[in-house]
Design a protein around this ligand. Structure first.
Ligand code: ZN
Length: 125
């Protein structure tokens, strides 16, 4: 388990405790049932089944596509009006900022941290 150093919410679980869908957080501690993540400099404990894991942080944008119900739930969880409307977005691997996807590109620049990253899973369709 020690090689699983990064975690993200599984199917949008954990949003009420600060996890943003598509963002990856460093794993600080693991036990049989629980995992402690660094969520924006705050230690937050989750049960394992709420998370998915990977060994290294992503090197490119994560593409997140929400159903209308998920978009509404997500908007409420983060205190936005529940008419957020945008359902496809990219999550910056560097700073977790969201970039709402208007057209599919091979790479995109984050307005928040100024870095440019490849868009994983981008299609030319
Ligand atoms: Zn960024």
């Amino acid at each position: 388990m020690s090689h699983l150093a990064w975690a993200s919410s599984a199917e949008g679980k954990g949003a009420e405790r600060g996890l943003r869908r598509g963002a990856w957080y460093p794993v600080l501690e693991t036990s049989d049932r629980f995992v402690v993540l660094d969520v924006n400099d705050i230690e937050v404990r989750f049960t394992r089944e709420r998370l998915r894991f990977r060994a290294a942080p992503p090197s490119g944008w994560t593409v997140v596509q929400l159903s209308p119900e998920e978009a509404t739930a997500e908007a409420r969880a983060h205190g936005h009006p529940d008419t957020e409307g945008v359902r496809v977005y990219l999550v910056c691997p560097g700073c977790h900022s969201r970039y709402h996807l208007r057209e599919v590109a091979q790479e995109a620049r984050c307005e928040e941290c100024g870095n440019t990253y490849p868009v994983h899973g981008a299609t030319t369709a």
